[in-house]
Design a protein around this ligand. Structure first.
Ligand code: IMP
Ligand code: MG
Length: 179
């Protein structure tokens, strides 16, 4: 890892433990049911891949991609579906999996769109939450860590499409995006 640019916040072993805990909790809550796990691309894919392997209820997967920040580090509030789900979610138990909830505007939009398709239930799991930045009334049901208002990368999260492959969640040093 390029330690000049980042500081480790949660290392690989710490994340593994937390994700296992979330997987257990979700499995308990959905005992006897079948889950449709909806990953929000691209950021959620690493977390989702680890999370589903910690779950012991029947799971099906689907993905959605929405327009994101581009090169900036703050939300425009404008959301657009770039790739929609493949399957119908009518009468399904849906679990949206997201990397991080920041302003909440993205998830607000997505959950409203999905609720209109009449799922049986809909819940949100996110690895990271920045509650101090919230602009929309979004309350994730499963949260790995609440973090302060710092820009983080790794474990799927990017800055300008970089750093997604870092195994740890790291704080990006502001010098990287301030010039
Ligand atoms: P929101 O609409 O402001 O909640 O934005 C959520 C999306 O912004 C997430 O799915 C991420 O893709 C991106 N995002 C927000 N904060 C960060 C961060 O600290 N690092 C990387 N991506 C972030
Ligand atoms: Mg994202």
């Amino acid at each position: 890892m390029d330690l000049v640019k980042v500081e480790v916040l949660f290392d690989r072993a710490t994340l593994k433990e937390k994700v296992a805990e979330l997987g257990k909790q979700i499995s308990r809550d959905y005992q006897g049911r079948e889950l449709l796990v909806v990953g929000i691309l691209k950021g959620a894919f690493v977390f989702m891949a680890d999370l589903i392997r910690e779950m012991n209820v029947p799971v099906e997967l689907d993905f959605m991609d929405v327009s994101s920040y581009g090169l900036s580090t703050s939300s425009s509030g404008e959301v657009r579906i770039v790739k929609d789900l493949e399957y119908s979610i009518k009468d399904r138990d849906v679990l949206i999996v997201e990397d991080i909830v920041d302003t909440g505007l993205t998830l607000k939009y997505i959950s409203e769109v999905l609720k209109n398709r009449n799922p049986r239930s809909i819940k949100i799991a996110c690895l990271l939450d920045k509650p101090s930045r919230r602009k929309a009334d979004i309350y994730p049901d499963y949260v790995g860590y609440s973090i302060p208002d710092k820009f983080v990368v790794g474990y799927g999260l990017d800055y300008a499409e970089q750093y997604r492959h870092y195994p740890a969640v790291c704080v990006l040093k502001p010098a990287v995006y301030e010039n």
